[in-house]
Design a protein around this ligand. Sequence first.
Ligand SMILES: *[C@@H]1O[C@H](CO)[C@@H](O)[C@H](O)[C@H]1NC(C)=O
Ligand SMILES: *[C@@H]1O[C@H](CO)[C@@H](O)[C@H](O)[C@H]1NC(C)=O
Ligand SMILES: *[C@@H]1O[C@H](CO)[C@@H](O)[C@H](O)[C@H]1NC(C)=O
Ligand SMILES: *[C@@H]1O[C@H](CO)[C@@H](O)[C@H](O)[C@H]1NC(C)=O
Ligand SMILES: *[C@@H]1O[C@H](CO)[C@@H](O)[C@H](O)[C@H]1NC(C)=O
Ligand SMILES: *[C@@H]1O[C@H](CO)[C@@H](O)[C@H](O)[C@H]1NC(C)=O
Ligand SMILES: *[C@@H]1O[C@H](CO)[C@@H](O)[C@H](O)[C@H]1NC(C)=O
Length: 417
Amino acid sequence: MAASWRCERVSEVPTMCSFLMLAFLFALSAIPMAAAYGLDDFMAAINDYNVTYHEVKGDVVLNASLPQKAFGRSFTLVGKAPGGRRPVIDGAFKEGGLIPLGLTLRNLEFRNFNGTQPIFSALGHDVDVQDCVFRGNRVAGGGTGSAVFVLGGNLRISRSSFFGNQVAAQGSGGSAGAVYSQSAGSVLIDSTVFLNNQLTGAGGMGDGGALSIPFATLYMITNCTFDGNRVDGIGGAIASSGCGRGEILRSSFLRNFAFSTKGAYKRYATGGAIDIYGDNVTVITGCSFTGNKAAGRRGGAVSLSMYQAEATISGSKFEQNAAGTYGGAVGVRLVPGSFSEGRRSIVLYDGGPPRSRVKFCRGNTYSRNVAGSSGAENIYVDMRNSSVSGVTFCPSEPPLALIEAETGTVNVTCASC
Ligand SMILES: *[C@@H]1O[C@H](CO)[C@@H](O)[C@H](O)[C@H]1NC(C)=O
Ligand SMILES: *[C@@H]1O[C@H](CO)[C@@H](O)[C@H](O)[C@H]1NC(C)=O
Ligand SMILES: *[C@@H]1O[C@H](CO)[C@@H](O)[C@H](O)[C@H]1NC(C)=O
Ligand SMILES: *[C@@H]1O[C@H](CO)[C@@H](O)[C@H](O)[C@H]1NC(C)=O
Ligand SMILES: *[C@@H]1O[C@H](CO)[C@@H](O)[C@H](O)[C@H]1NC(C)=O
Ligand SMILES: *[C@@H]1O[C@H](CO)[C@@H](O)[C@H](O)[C@H]1NC(C)=O
Ligand SMILES: *[C@@H]1O[C@H](CO)[C@@H](O)[C@H](O)[C@H]1NC(C)=O
């Protein structure tokens, strides 16, 4: 239409018109050429060990698993499709499993990978993911992360989405429905959505429906949404253990669920949204927790197992969360440096008996949380037998809180908040 209108307008100058027509036809024929990026280009980059930077210029559907050999180089993949569209790399139910020496991903969608290992693993190298989507990827018979696995490197994820990724473990343990990071210097995740990721088949011993972060020096989760993630074990959305410092800021947790497929371990399915086990410093600020559920004893939204630790929760909203017995919103307890629960055991460091402090500072609100018939619908704290541990409430203790602690260890003050 536009072209013919232009021709009418310039019809007094036939040469001009045919020139335009020619240019238009040339442009048409150039479109399929530009869109011709495909599987061959992508695989050529994957298979060429000299390529460390590659632009994905269109959608790709795999017809075979990615090469299962050591990847041997750092790798940057950038999506640059026409019009700024985010290219899709569709695994077509084949296996991912690349192990680069450092990984950067920008503006790409990875979907439908299916195998026994995460799409990407980095061992001792950093991973940086920005503006990416991971959708419906699946790992069966493996057990640690479906999308990204990082051991001993830093991890950064910004402005990304993880939708419906799943790890189906082999019946006894497993970690992270989507992203796993162990022993990182830092894990920084911001403005990212984790929706309906799950870790199943873990016999009640899994951790982290979306995210599992053991032994990071620092993790910060800012402006993220965790919705509908599930774990057969602890931490419906996030599980962390033995970390130096964890900050969870301005994030929303909705309808996440920790359960156990093994009846005997049901009581251990704690932390409907977040399960923290032996982290040293925890800060939860400006978050909202709605409709999260732990089938186990403690922590419908948040479960804190504290050794020699300090945790501060402020400015957060807890609504309609549910725990089996104690702490529909938050469940806190002291643990020794090394102990087992069912067949799960955790060894931190041996610094003597537990000594911890949990502070419920300004701005927390609680409504319609439930926890069996314990009277601890909102908060449960078990700090028995530790006169060096304590609880602080600022400005006051909320209703429906059950605090089991030594005399004189519960303070109502804003001095330390
Ligand atoms: C995948 O497609 C490429 C062409 O793009 C072809 O060369 C290759 O043989 C195919 N592999 C399989 C396993 O079908
Ligand atoms: C990669 O680089 C090496 C050395 O620079 C060269 O010998 C080799 O041919 C290159 N490989 C490819 C696939 O280009
Ligand atoms: C995914 O992999 C699992 C395990 O190898 C297999 O049982 C299943 O059929 C695969 N799914 C698809 C859609 O190929
Ligand atoms: C928070 O994250 C959302 C995506 O979930 C994004 O749209 C928004 O810009 C982010 N806000 C800030 C302040 O970064
Ligand atoms: C835990 O954090 C405190 C500061 O709150 C610090 O003094 C202590 O050394 C830390 N312990 C470990 C094991 O990192
Ligand atoms: C506290 O100490 C008493 C007496 O030593 C002991 O019977 C009880 O089991 C202890 N409770 C906890 C929760 O450690
Ligand atoms: C309680 O408050 C007093 C006075 O401010 C302080 O000395 C003590 O350490 C506090 N205890 C706890 C457990 O916070």
